[in-house]
Design a protein around this ligand. Structure first.
Ligand SMILES: *Cc1c(COP(=O)(O)O)cnc(C)c1O
Length: 260
């Protein structure tokens, strides 16, 4: 997938980040109130892809713990930079993941949102087994994951087809607890109209309910990762438990080339 290239703005100032984050938190509370949901049931993932580590550190200081990254090397580099400063965000990997990048992500990301094939899942499980063996401190490592589902048909490359879900969940059950599935993720086609996302969000929630009918080991279907800057209130109305918000917090992303 091509990296998004947007207006080459400088990083947003710390007071501006605080103002923006407060605005998103308020939007989240409002959406929960409108839907009759407990705000504690929705976690905000601040999507920091292509943003400098300093911006993550500034938002972390505002009490935001969960951050989402799309690129494996960027996750590795940024987490190392922040760790050196004693900062420990909870990282979410939300981008397409190539099998050869799996070692950069396993153990670093608390939750991988983008598992979409058996081959990827098996690579993740194999990596977890290897890390457990090599690093005594990680002997109990379990990689928690969500399955990304493609609900838009042909137009969407990332994500598995809904009919592939039962087999993927069976695979989670059969990988000995190295990987655990906590739910589903989707990314509807971008649209100016947030309401255009609603049927996708609703379908994802229905799928979670349907699949949850069959209990499986290492599968605990409780998370729905859906909703971005432009449509997170709609996602919350449809049951999102994780919303992935980037631009509304950090401002427009600098061009990816400039950040590397
Ligand atoms: C970039 C990205 C987001 C955040 O998008 P914004 O429109 O900036 O909020 C959310 N989810 C995924 C998978 C992304 O790649």
């Amino acid at each position: 997938m091509a990296a998004p290239v947007e207006a080459a703005e400088g990083p947003v100032s710390a007071p501006e980040l605080a103002r923006r984050l407060a605005g998103v938190r308020e939007g989240l509370m409002r959406a929960c109130a409108a839907a009759g949901r407990d705000p504690a049931s929705v976690r905000l993932v601040a999507v920091s892809k292509i943003q400098p580590a300093a911006a993550v550190a500034a938002v972390l200081r505002l009490g935001q713990l969960d951050f989402g990254e799309n690129y494996a090397q960027e996750l590795r580099d940024k987490s190392a930079l922040l760790q050196a400063e004693g900062a420990a965000p909870r990282w979410h990997f939300i981008g397409p993941l190539q099998r050869n990048k799996v070692p950069l992500v396993v153990g670093r990301a608390a939750l991988i949102h983008s598992v979409d094939s058996l081959a990827l899942l098996e690579a993740l499980a194999a990596r977890v087994a290897r890390v457990r063996e090599k690093e005594p401190a990680q002997a109990a490592l379990v990689q928690e994951c969500l399955i990304e589902v493609s609900l838009a048909g042909e137009s969407q490359k990332a994500g598995c087809e809904p009919h592939e879900l039962p087999a993927l969940l069976d695979a989670f059950a059969n990988l000995g607890g190295t990987v655990r599935c906590l739910g589903l993720m989707c990314m509807p086609p971008l649209s100016d109209d947030a309401e255009a996302s609603r049927p996708h969000f609703r379908r994802l929630r229905e799928l979670l309910g349907e699949l949850g009918q069959k209990p499986r080991p290492h599968v605990e279907l409780r998370e729905l990762s859906m909703g971005m800057s432009h449509d997170y209130p709609v996602a919350i109305a449809e049951g999102a438990t994780l919303v992935r918000v980037g631009t509304a917090i950090f401002g427009a992303r600098p061009s990816r080339a400039a950040s590397q």
